[in-house]
Design a protein around this ligand. Structure first.
Ligand code: ACM
Length: 779
């Protein structure tokens, strides 16, 4: 069977000329070099793991591996010191060798032996991660396989691997301020980082919404600063006014817990970089110690998201306070890097502060931006004097970069590139590719996320080092990191859902050689990786397998093409509202819809549902695909087009205000859309959705009106519906059906009357309102 596979793969390679990793070597991240071989090493009760007991770190790695293998397989593989006489049976040898890179390793797997070579424990640790991935996924279980009868063959496919990482910094971040995550989960997260051969856990411990690390010298940081009165419900702009849950929220890590977590991470070769935010994102600290803010308070740990004007004031006593905190932080975390934040620090409170303004004059600074630079530089010098180094978000570049700093580039990659050009190290974490808090699939079908779309494929496509930079600049880009902000992520299960499999894609970006990256190949391997995550009880997302729907509207019909993003899967679907199953109709060719239809679809592989069920309501009517004329130019959202109003897709108000999709709006004027039905047609009902997004100045119209015409010149009104533009509440598209006595008409016009100036008492009062509508149907 395996032989056949090898032959077939060879054939495939010969035919396509493209290197596809055979399924039996589905290691993530993909090793730098893997030479396939025929045959396999079968693990049995006579297998012995041989390791020099004199090397405690390597012995511990071999021992952990052996125990895990025995626990999950039920086999009794023994562990022996290298000095013992050669034993009968097959042998897995851990052999320290000189001269390999610190994280490099070699695996040589033959039918009767496995040789694991490295120069350092780290390399052995990564070798074991690869070895584990060559064994059945059940090796990742916490206990024995549920049923011996169904358990897999405990064999390792023969091959030779020479592997080492592309980047030295391979990070994953977690914000525990917006939502606190228990120690048990932090350990699981570290395990998952290590499994993917990543080596950094960036622990975002402080922010406006909660201070999460015990500081002995300042007990109020956790007594007061770790708690907030309540938390925003739903998406930031979901409600006007915003709604809160009324529940106190809190949590923090004691220093004992932190020491325990640090030890845990060390044993998995993961460095924890703690982040203590300054000068911004400081509300939780200021609530506990208001004397370090410019106004003196009172302040409140906030239950809202965003950026807040109250930041640390650059008093000498504030530096003393922060240095005392960092002293305790550095005692807890042996990491060379200490992250001091530096992002999103509004200068309002410094502008208003006599002290800050005097300081700017005294230091002969140009403005508050240079004062921020002074702030960061002063902390940097102090941290450096303690033998550590700072990392800061890319704002630390503004007003002059502190000399010893490493920059974390999050607002795109320009900050990282600028820093690298100045000779600073840079870590790439651009939002467009590596913010794992974004939607990973159709927002209409996903739990609430911060906004934007970032698919696993997009993460996989990220290239941290711009190839057009000179080599001496490129070398300062030391790696990349995925960021996980938890405003909309309340539980460990939800963190797992957001992070995997996107972090598996990132692991390959930061570990594997650039030229080895190949999306179809990864997509194949990740299907064999997901069962490992399942064995580890990781609540990963199946969005990778979600059916995609493409639509084409033409003259009263909608052609719906369903696509599976993964080859070798079939699509099963329903159009009667029922949940699709393996027995549902099999999708063969595009559907042609002539009336509004609910379509549900799911991908199926080997008789099992593999994606989530996706569902769409496609509005189809006589108006579908017809030409729409607007009386005034569309201004909202950016790139809105009239064709959106008859394209067979409803609009969506999910995500940021800028993410609103499928709607078209006009600012400061009425919206008038005229649809040409092509010929005189009996008409008695028009439906249209109106967007209410008051935080974005999009108000309901004063009224909706339907007019009809035979010739496109003379229109007569057949229906009006008054609405209330002062209505607030949820951001949503509200659909209205306007019915009237049947008439014959070729042209149907919908006029949504603009609210005009935004009334007093509403958000954005006094500004001009926008009126926006979505899909229009005509029956
Ligand atoms: C950030 O996302 N504010 C670093």
């Amino acid at each position: 069977m395996h032989k056949l596979l090898v032959v077939m793969t060879g054939l495939l390679l010969a035919l396509t000329g493209r290197a596809q990793t055979p399924d039996r070597y589905s290691i993530i991240p993909k090793p730098a070099k893997l030479e396939a071989r025929e045959g396999q090493f079968v693990v049995s009760n006579t297998t012995t793991v041989v390791v020099p007991f004199s090397n405690a770190a390597v012995k511990s790695i071999a021992e952990t591996f052996t125990n895990q293998l025995n626990t999950t397989s039920g086999l009794q593989v023994s562990l022996r010191n290298v000095n013992k006489m050669a034993l009968p049976g097959n042998i897995i040898s851990f052999i320290p060798v000189p001269g390999l890179g610190e994280e490099a390793y070699r695996l040589d797997i033959k039918s009767n032996s496995i040789t694991v070579e490295s120069t350092s424990p780290k390399g052995f640790f990564y070798a074991v991660q690869s070895l584990m991935q060559l064994l059945p996924p059940t090796i990742f279980r916490a206990g024995p396989a549920a049923s011996r009868a169904t358990s897999a063959t405990w064999a390792v496919p023969a091959c030779r691997i020479e592997d080492q990482p592309r980047y030295s910094y391979r990070g994953l971040h977690l914000d525990v301020s917006r939502h606190f995550m228990p120690v048990s989960f932090i350990k699981k997260y570290i395990d998952l980082i290590a499994l993917h051969k990543m080596n950094i856990f960036h622990w975002h411990l402080t922010d406006d919404q909660g201070w999460r690390i015990e500081i002995k010298k300042y007990p109020k940081l956790t007594q007061v600063g770790s708690k907030r009165r309540h938390t925003l419900i739903g998406h930031y702009y979901e409600s006007d006014p915003q709604q809160f849950d009324g529940k106190e929220y809190g949590g923090y890590y004691t220093q004992d817990e932190i020491r325990d977590v640090v030890r845990y991470a060390q044993s998995r070769y993961v460095t924890i970089i703690p982040e203590i935010e300054m000068p911004g994102h400081a509300l939780a600290a200021l609530t506990a110690y208001p004397e370090y803010g410019c106004s003196g308070g009172p302040y409140e740990v906030t239950g809202k998201w965003g950026v807040f004007n109250d930041i640390f004031c650059p008093y000498d006593k504030t530096f003393e306070f922060l240095q005392n905190i960092l002293t305790e932080v550095m005692a807890l975390f042996p990491s060379q890097y200490i992250h001091i934040g530096g992002d999103e620090a509004p200068k309002d409170s410094w502008k208003k502060s006599g002290f800050a303004q005097d300081l700017i004059k005294r230091l002969k600074l140009k403005d508050e931006h240079e004062l921020q630079s002074y702030f960061i530089t002063r902390i940097d010098k102090w941290v450096t004097s303690k033998g550590r180094k700072i990392i800061g978000w890319d704002e630390i570049l503004e007003g002059g970069l502190s000399p010893n700093a490493t920059v974390m580039s999050w607002r795109g990659t320009q900050g990282g590139i600028a820093a690298a050009k100045q000779g600073h190290d840079a870590i790439m974490t651009p939002g467009a590719f590596l913010y794992l808090d974004k939607y990973q699939s159709d927002p209409e079908q996903e739990p609430t996320a911060i906004g934007g779309l970032l698919t696993t494929e997009q993460t996989y496509s990220y290239e941290p080092t711009p190839q057009d930079l000179p080599a001496d600049v490129q070398k300062h880009i030391i790696g990349a990191q995925g960021n996980v902000w938890t405003e909309y992520i309340k539980t460990p299960e939800h963190v797992e859902y957001m992070v995997f499999p996107r972090a598996a894609a990132l692991a390959e970006v930061v570990w594997s050689p650039r030229e080895a990256r190949n999306w179809p190949d990864f997509r194949q391997r990740v299907q064999l990786h997901l069962p490992r995550l399942a064995a580890l009880n990781v609540n990963y997302s199946r969005s990778l397998f979600d059916v995609l729907a493409e639509t084409e509207a033409a003259a009263g019909t909608l052609r719906v093409t369903l696509k599976s993003p993964v080859p070798d899967t079939e699509i099963r679907y329903s159009v009667d509202g029922s949940a699709p199953s393996q027995q549902s109709a099999r999708y063969e060719s595009p559907l042609s819809l002539s009336a509004t239809t609910t379509v549900k679809a799911v991908t199926v592989k080997n008789g099992e549902l593999v994606g989530e069920v996706q569902q769409w309501i496609f509005p189809v009517s006589r108006a579908t695909g017809r030409l729409v004329q607007m009386a005034s130019a569309l201004t909202y959202p950016k790139n809105a087009q009239a064709a959106l109003l008859t394209n067979g897709r409803y609009g969506s108000a999910i995500g940021y205000l800028a993410d609103v999709r499928g709607v078209a709006g006009v600012r400061s004027a009425d919206l008038s859309a005229t649809i040409d039905l092509g010929a005189a047609t009996p008409v008695q009902k028009v439906t249209v959705g109106v967007l209410k997004a008051t935080a974005g100045s999009v108000l309901l119209p004063r009224q909706l009106e339907v007019l009809v015409s035979e010739d496109g010149q003379t229109f007569r009104s057949v229906k009006t519906l008054p609405l209330n533009p002062a209505e607030r509440g949820r951001k949503e598209v509200i659909r209205h059906a306007l019915t009237f006595e049947p008439v014959s008409a070729r042209y149907v016009r919908i006029v949504a009357q603009n609210a005009g100036q935004i009334p007093a008492g509403m958000i954005n009062e006094g500004k001009d309102a926008t009126v926006a509508v979505d899909e229009i149907t005509v029956e």
